[in-house]
Design a protein around this ligand. Sequence first.
Ligand code: FES
Length: 184
Amino acid sequence: MNPRLKSPELKLPAEYEAEAKSQPVFMDRRRFLNYSGWVGILGSLSVALLGFLRFLFPRVLFEPPTAFKAGPPSDYVPGTVDTRYTLSHRVWIVREPEYFYALSAICTHLGCTPRWLPSEDKFKCPCHGSGFKRSGVNFEGPAPRPLERFKITLAEDGQILVERGKNFRQEKGEWDNPDAKLFV
Ligand code: FES
């Protein structure tokens, strides 16, 4: 390089030197652009990584298992509606004097969970007021059809086995299916 082209060292007068040192140092333009470039790249990488993690762990609805054991028949009092599996499996187990049936706790109007009202011997849906008899048959409100029943059998170990994957609809005459009732 031609030494004559070399820029001379800039020297501030002594009176400005101290003041200049006390001033805050701002980032020059090139360094700022450099930093913002890296910030942009890291931001894009983070978004891509989050998208990848979301792909690995999709937001899925964890449904309860479709089949579950509900204890021995002797756990149930004849003439009662048992609510112990309402929250976990959305099923009521009803014991009539001679048989059991498993009733779906999903309202046939828009899918809310009705409440069992023992004093009125009925299920009442809190959402729009549909009412169902103990059998599951609808009798008031907007519900268009009875509650569904599920397959109920006795497992090899003597416990009641409810299978929510197999349902029976009264309006189709399916409540007469042998698997819709459990005689004990
Ligand atoms: S969801 Fe039950 S009455 Fe509407």
